[in-house]
Design a protein around this ligand. Structure first.
Ligand code: KG4
Ligand code: ZN
Length: 360
């Protein structure tokens, strides 16, 4: 029997198994992370080796350096993940791995490691979309959270308001027409000379400033739930350049506070509106930008007034991590029709396929 044939059978057996340990492997950008999660929710270990200090020197992630460091780190991270979970490799029922989106070289390190491991242990390989992983981080912290819920996806590459109807069906209500919100945070931070990664720095400084600079007015789009960030980003960059050219000192805290509220207020309103029109009174935040304190607080305040409950992952699960990949792997194993395949390739530009399940 080939690996593929054996795995078809194994997947059927796993669907009946009471306790399933999934190992999740994440290497799409600058974090090498491996985790073991039981039944999609109980984190037995979540080891994250971050390369931020290495890339900060260059003002952003250098893909070649990221790949090399994943190669250096991955074996240690794997052994640590088993050790902290107090398990051996024989306790692993399936290996889930991010296959996109991300940096191709970085993805390939995790993916090839996962393929070798799955083949060696004779367990299914579960390819996971990184964004689906971010969504599933919510299931880890909130054991009672189940679809349907509205999900606001905010990351370095995606911005979308989605109705998660079930584990296998979703509908997109709105998305960005240009830049992603995280990308605009990073560009704005960079023009002001803030250290990489820019989002957390802007978040920190915004707390010390006032929303007293109007960068641009909100626009009406054909789809009322769509958003746009390139105009806001350019307005902030122009503001900073203008001040510099005139030799004027700008208040960095006020720029951060004004940018942050203008980046989020409209998005928060639109997410609440989707929750109201769909009559689904649960909103979950997903993606790296879900770590933003203004977004968390404002969304919670606004939603409370409407009787809507807001969920967001613990800070440790907002950034890239293997636990969210293991969790997504578990739900994919449970609810989708997996075709075991060791030929799967890295897909750097993989998008959430909004016509299919987020687990597809
Ligand atoms: O989801 P993620 O880890 O990467 C992608 O999968 O794209 O998100 C990274 C993004 C970066 O743009 C980073 O600046 C942003 O999340 N970010 C934040 C915060 N923490 C991370 N943006 C705003 N406020 C934060 N606290
Ligand atoms: Zn991410």
């Amino acid at each position: 029997m080939t690996y593929e044939e054996r795995m078809k059978q194994r997947l059927q057996e796993l669907k009946q198994k009471e306790i399933i340990n999934v190992m999740g492997i994440e290497s799409s950008c600058d974090e090498t992370s491996i985790s073991i999660v039981q039944n999609g929710q109980k984190v037995l270990s979540n080891v994250i080796s971050s390369q931020i200090p290495i890339h900060a020197e260059y003002g952003g992630v250098v893909p070649e350096i990221a790949s090399r460091n994943h190669i250096i780190n991955i074996d240690y991270v794997y052994n640590q993940a088993l050790k902290e979970a107090k398990l051996t490799s024989l306790d692993i029922d399936a290996v889930a791995v991010t296959y996109g989106p991300g940096l191709v070289g970085a993805l390939l390190v995790g993916l090839n490691f996962a393929k070798g491991l799955a083949y060696g242990l004779d367990v299914p390989l579960i390819p996971v979309n990184h964004i689906a992983g971010h969504i599933c981080a919510n299931f880890i912290d909130f054991v009672d959270l189940k679809p349907p819920f509205v999900c606001l996806i905010v990351s370095g590459g995606h911005t979308a308001i989605v109705l998660q109807k079930s584990y296998t069906e979703h509908k997109v209500y709105g998305s960005t027409l240009d830049d992603a919100v995280g990308e605009s945070f990073d560009k704005v931070a960079r023009v002001m000379g803030l250290k990489y990664p820019g989002g957390p720095q802007v978040d920190k400084l915004a707390k010390l400033g006032q929303n007293n600079i109007v960068f641009c007015k909100t626009h009406n789009f054909e789809n009322p739930y769509d958003v746009s960030y390139s105009g806001l980003k350019t307005a902030v960059i122009n503001y900073v350049h203008n001040c510099e050219q005139k030799g004027l000192k700008y208040n960095i805290n006020d720029v951060c506070a004004s940018f942050e509220s203008q980046a989020f207020d409209d998005l928060i309103n639109k997410t609440i509106q989707v929750s109201k029109i769909t009559e689904v009174n649960k909103i979950a935040l997903a993606g790296g930008v879900a770590a933003n304190s203004y977004l968390r607080q404002k969304m919670t305040e606004r939603a409370k007034k409407e009787g809507i409950e807001v969920y967001y992952p613990n800070m440790s699960l907002c950034g890239d991590n293997g636990a969210m990949i293991a969790s997504a792997g578990f739900y994919k194993l449970k609810y989708s029709q997996l075709q075991p395949d060791l030929q799967i390739n890295a897909q750097p530009t993989l998008a959430l396929d909004f016509t299919k399940s987020f687990l597809a």
